[in-house]
Design a protein. Structure first.
Length: 141
């Protein structure tokens, strides 16, 4: 067998990726589970030791034990729904731009969110978010 002139950098998987393990598919499953409020399915998209950050580098949660109560609290909001506006995929990095409907203390509203996901071996290893433009929905009528 011929010797390869290429080397695989440390931390890069050599396991073939299936379509369902592609970074885009993993992040889509995360979004679908979020909108379905399926906590177990949502956490199944994250590595057990995944980290969540707020830009630029504020650590919000490490691992499923920290993430579970954060998501459970959010899932109690009756108006919760994330709508994907744009998605960019670059290798194992997925960047989503979303509008998220929320239930705030003053009533229903929305925020704009950018989430940057790092997907390794079919699981989200890190998620970094920036949330802006919180606004209340206009009163009906």
């Amino acid at each position: 067998m011929a010797e390869s002139i290429f080397s695989i950098p440390a931390g890069i998987s050599t396991t073939p990726m299936t379509v369902s393990d592609s970074p885009e598919a993993v992040v889509q499953r995360q979004l679908d589970a979020y909108n379905a409020r399926d906590l177990d399915a949502l956490l199944a998209t994250y590595a057990p030791d995944a980290r969540q950050y707020e830009l630029p580098a504020k650590l919000l949660a490490t691992g499923h034990a920290d993430m579970r109560p954060r998501f459970a609290l959010r899932f109690d909001e009756p108006d919760l729904h994330a709508r994907l506006l744009q998605r960019a995929v670059m290798g194992n990095i997925v960047i989503d731009h979303e509008t998220v409907s929320r239930t705030f203390p003053d009533g229903p509203g929305k925020v704009d969110l950018v989430a940057i996901y790092e997907v390794v071996d079919g699981l989200i290893r890190s998620q970094t978010v920036q949330v802006t433009n919180q606004r209340l929905d206009a009163p009906a009528g």
